[in-house]
Design a protein around this ligand. Sequence first.
Ligand SMILES: *Cc1c(COP(=O)(O)O)cnc(C)c1O
Length: 374
Amino acid sequence: MPRPLHAVVHTQALRNNLQVVQRSAPDARIWAVVKANAYGHGIERVFEGLRGADGFALLDLDEAQRLRTLGWRGPILLLEGAFELRDLEWCSRLDLWHTVHCEAQIDMLAAHKTNVPQRVFLKMNSGMNRLGFVPSQYRAAWTRLNALPQVDEISLMTHFSDADGPGGIARQSAVFEAVTADLPGERCTNNSAAVLRHPIHAGGAGGAGAAGPASDWVRAGIALYGSSPDHPAHNAGDWGLQPAMTLCARILATQTLEIGDTVGYGSTFVADRPMRIGIVACGYADGYPRICPTGTPVLVDGVPSRTLGRVSMDMLTVDLTPVPLSGYGSEVTLWGAATNAAVLPIDDVAAAAQTLGYELMCALAQRVPIQVEN
Ligand SMILES: *Cc1c(COP(=O)(O)O)cnc(C)c1O
């Protein structure tokens, strides 16, 4: 029998979460962001649940190729664009749309030999200071692109740094709208946090509004996978999001502690009363964060409990006090949905690990088998 640890990808949850995004951006088309192998879920595993999106956005050519192999004929966008000239040949071959964020990419386009012009998304650095042309150079970049026979339609794109927090998107939106006001082309702005927290309206030139930026296309990632983009201000449940991934193990052994007994490496947990503990087949080599302290939430047979002591490579320890009937073979939900339908949001575990749901799902280890539940 395989080691009792596996992950489940929930197709129905993906569909639900896509609908949540669609309802929040009813006039926009949705890019389902599937970079990093669909945030650790696997592109092939999420495809069925997300094929209702209008397009898929990602970084790697091999991931784009896998989507074409799955039969996806719709739009695919490379969020970082081409890294070298040869990538543009792949864009032609696989019919990919690509981001243009710097002069070197325009040079590549000018050197690209093709009879079929390419759809590009011209990125503005409106304040994030990661990728894109600064506002003062944006229009010159647009003009240069627009003159190239290799270029078809030009869409206008930017990315928000503070959509999930009190900073908000107003300042960057205003910059973006002012610089692009009289440029033609579709707008593509919001990530998950911006979609859920800042209502948008359909775009088009000059479509500035008080509510939020014009956006013909939104780029939703984390929300699709059921993690709240602005935790802890909102929980996934507040947004109507359901976990797309469950990480589930079983208890391999139990121990009974007397007062003063300790648990695990470094003896960091000391029992202050007699108690029963369970040893779980999941450790940091599976992607469960080692930094999680005593008290990190888990579900045992669907009942809320907590971890005890340090996480080791292949195992961790849980408190069985709240679940007196549990024992060898009991189900332990590290995050996601238990068999009894109780939910442990991945964001709660991420908070204990001082990180985000993003990092936990992306870090699920290769050795953990993943099942798809339809
Ligand atoms: C990853 C990414 C997104 C998706 O962000 P989420 O917070 O996961 O919704 C959107 N746009 C760009 C440019 C990205 O790199």
